[in-house]
Design a protein around this ligand. Structure first.
Ligand SMILES: [Zn+2]
Length: 267
């Protein structure tokens, strides 16, 4: 049977221990219109967002949907085990339907079906958040058993402002507002940077993941990452090391938002 990494509490402990995710949940709660009295969080995981919003709004009907049965065990609300492409609820059941950090995982066919399913389920609003302009290549890992190279979070789609703004245009929804949040700093020409200074880090995962082909579980290595100063060339002479360190310190960086989030309303 295929393993689901989201069944494993390790992945949710990682998500929950991340302060940036807390900021994102709080932002999403504030973005939710005041006239909402029922919500469906698709891909709810351990239900952290549902817990946050239910604590702030009285009498809100909270429903969580997730593909992972293991994750749903932690959700203290009405819930259903289902994929975003087929949620077993009647049409227009919820004032607001959310998909946070879900759409980037879907192939083009699943993606379009997922949008249609959200449109079918909502009465009025949809909220979507996804990673913003992610460098998918730099987050690839390689399975040590079957050598498949895959994204350690399973991301296969990328999003920018234009894609987010027009996401539900053809379904009769308007993007009422959108914003970017979170902050990340990356090295430009990331692949070259890693190749030059941290060749052993190529294809390393940042956290627990499971190979989608052979089910091998891969744990993050306890090695220094590209953001530390421990350059890994102990055999190199002092001059070469100094030159390398000089180039490394001058390497151009770029900052960008981590997520992009949109609120849509039925016209
Ligand atoms: Zn494998």
């Amino acid at each position: 049977m295929k393993k689901n990494i989201f069944d494993d509490p390790q992945i949710w402990n990682w998500v929950d221990s991340n302060d940036d995710n807390q900021v994102r949940y709080e932002f999403t709660e504030k973005l939710t219109p005041a006239d909402v009295s029922s919500i469906l969080d698709i891909g709810c995981g351990h239900g952290r967002f549902l817990k946050l919003i239910s604590a702030k709004r009285n009498d809100l009907r909270c429903v969580g949907a997730d593909y992972s049965e293991g994750a749903l065990e932690y959700v203290p609300f009405e819930k259903v085990q289902a994929s975003i492409t087929s949620i077993p609820y009647p049409d227009h059941q919820f004032d607001c339907v959310y998909a946070m950090e879900v759409l980037e995982h879907l192939n083009p066919v699943e993606f379009e079906t997922a949008l249609q399913e959200m449109v079918r389920l909502t009465k009025k609003y949809i909220i979507v958040s996804v990673p913003y302009k992610e460098n998918l290549e730099s987050n690839m890992t390689r399975c040590p058993v079957c050598h498949t190279i895959y994204h350690y979070d399973g991301h296969i789609q990328n999003f920018d402002e234009q894609k987010i703004k027009g996401l539900f245009d053809k379904y009769g929804f308007v993007c009422k507002t959108w914003d970017r949040l979170g902050w990340t700093e990356n090295y430009k020409y990331h692949d070259l940077y890693v190749k030059m200074f941290y060749p052993e880090q190529k294809y390393k995962t940042k956290h627990y993941t499971v190979c989608p082909v052979c089910n091998t579980e891969i744990k993050p290595q306890q090695q220094s990452g590209p953001n530390t100063n421990t350059i890994g060339t102990p055999q190199a002479g002092g001059l070469i090391r100094n030159i390398k360190n000089g180039i490394k310190n001058l390497w151009p960086r770029e900052s960008k938002s981590y997520w992009i989030i949109g609120l849509y309303e039925k016209i």
